[in-house]
Design a protein around this ligand. Structure first.
Ligand code: UD1
Ligand code: UDP
Length: 383
């Protein structure tokens, strides 16, 4: 039973769902969406042609974390009793993932955790995601860390090595699926100006609610005004009203800032490809952009994704207006600093993560003798 509910979970679970379907002779799958996100989830289901068996339809406007967890738990209980899964699979660190992990525990169902082991070691950053994934680790029987450092985090918390399988991140499987296909961005209504540099921005984290999102918008406005003849911003605005209202109020009337609805996954990847620079607080975008050779400024105090920072394509710039402004100006004016960040690197995956995940599941159930080779194993052994 695969359970997910938000946009990023759907993007990262779609390749796993498909890989399980490919093994239908050995595995029977039940796909449950909680509907924690409604429109943003449905966009992804459509693109990846995933048809859920159950939809809990839990989303409410301005929902609280506690209410999401409660509705997920209550919705999952009868499904678990009916379907009696041999394994439940969750992804990442959302309220849906945590609630489904807890439900699995209450019914003594083994739990697999896709994208396990990410850590900032600060329980408030990101909130509530850091605590969700730490708690999920305690609930999990099969851990699928995407990177060697995520695996190391699990080992340091005394997770038994035989319960860990290093897979790479399934987001790169999803990215590879759509990034090669040609796409006409103009068809989405985005106004592309070949004479100017395109800067893409996304923001949604709870740490930005209140003054921080106002500061982020102030930095963007300042940049848009100061560099009006050289740059323009495209901002697909997240559906969360806490960030949406501030962005629309502060940036809605600027000539070189285009606010648009959340994009479908495929056009969003092509928007990233067309960008000069990306400013974001998103986890998934931090993982995708390095593969596309696009510099990313991460508007957060801490990140659980150190790999692309170490590789030099991502920089953590905090959430103060001045810092975001200064770091962006640097990449607009210092050619060498910019070029150093444009090298395409792929620390997060090789496009085989879902296949590996399912290979480990088959091995776990004794349905296959062969354990898949772990992500990065070839690179490491050839050094
Ligand atoms: C959630 C996750 C976060 C993840 C993010 C991905 C939690 C606590 N948070 O945050 O970890 O990074 O998704 O985007 O699990 N809304 C809509 N339509 C949608 C989606 C959201 O209207 O399709 C609005 C609703 O008013 C909803 C609100 O956004 O109540 C917040 O959604 P929620 O899932 O609670 O939080 P996110 O900020 O989206
Ligand atoms: N994304 C998308 N459309 C958009 C913005 C982002 O499809 O308009 C994709 C993006 O490519 C990435 C994922 O959504 O795969 C990230 O989701 P989000 O930032 O909401 O969540 P996070 O990754 O921070 O949990």
């Amino acid at each position: 039973m695969s359970v997910f509910g938000t946009r990023p979970e759907a993007i990262k679970m779609a390749p796993v769902v498909k890989a399980i379907e490919d093994n239908h002779d050995l595995l029977e799958q039940v796909v449950v969406v909680t509907g924690q996100h409604r429109q943003m989830l449905d966009q992804v289901l459509k693109i990846f042609e995933v048809v859920p068996d159950y939809d809990l339809e839990i989303m409410q406007a301005n929902q609280t974390i506690a209410s999401v967890v409660a509705r997920c738990l209550q919705g999952l209980e009868p499904l678990i009793l009916d379907e009696k899964p041999d394994l439940m699979l969750v992804q990442g660190d959302t309220s849906t993932a945590f609630a489904a992990g807890l439900a699995a525990f209450y019914y003594k169902i083994p739990l697999g955790h896709v994208e396990a082991g990410l850590r900032t070691f600060d329980k408030w950053r990101p909130f509530p995601e850091e605590m969700n994934r730490q708690l999920l680790t305690d609930l999990t029987d099969l851990h699928f860390p995407p990177t060697a450092s995520a695996r190391q985090n699990l080992l340091a918390e005394n997770v038994m090595p035989e319960k860990i399988a290093l897979t790479g991140n399934t987001v790169i499987d999803a990215l590879f699926k759509v990034s090669q296909r040609p796409y006409d961005l103009a068809a989405t209504g985005i106004k592309i100006d070949p004479k100017k540099k395109l800067l893409t921005v996304t923001a949604h984290r709870r740490e930005l609610f209140g003054q921080p999102i106002k500061d982020v918008c102030a930095a963007i406005k300042r940049l848009a005004e100061q560099f009006s003849s050289e740059i323009y911003f495209v901002i697909p605005v997240h559906k969360n009203p806490q960030v949406r209202e501030v962005i629309q109020t502060t940036l809605g009337n600027s000539a070189n800032i285009q606010l648009i609805e959340p994009l479908d996954y495929e056009p969003f990847i092509h928007l990233m490809k067309a960008s000069y620079l990306i400013l974001t607080d998103s986890g998934g975008v931090q993982e995708e952009a390095p593969s596309l050779g696009k510099p990313v400024l991460v508007m957060r105090e801490k990140t659980e994704r150190p790999e692309a920072i170490e590789a030099g394509t991502v920089k953590l710039v905090g959430i103060s207006e001045e810092n975001i402004y200064q770091e962006t100006v640097r990449l607009l004016t210092d050619e060498q600093a910019y070029r150093q960040m444009t090298q395409a690197v792929n620390p997060y995956g090789d496009g085989q993560a879902a296949e590996r995940t399912v290979g480990f599941i088959l091995h776990y159930f004794g349905l296959s003798d062969r354990k898949p080779e772990e992500f990065g194993a070839k690179i490491m052994s050839s050094r």
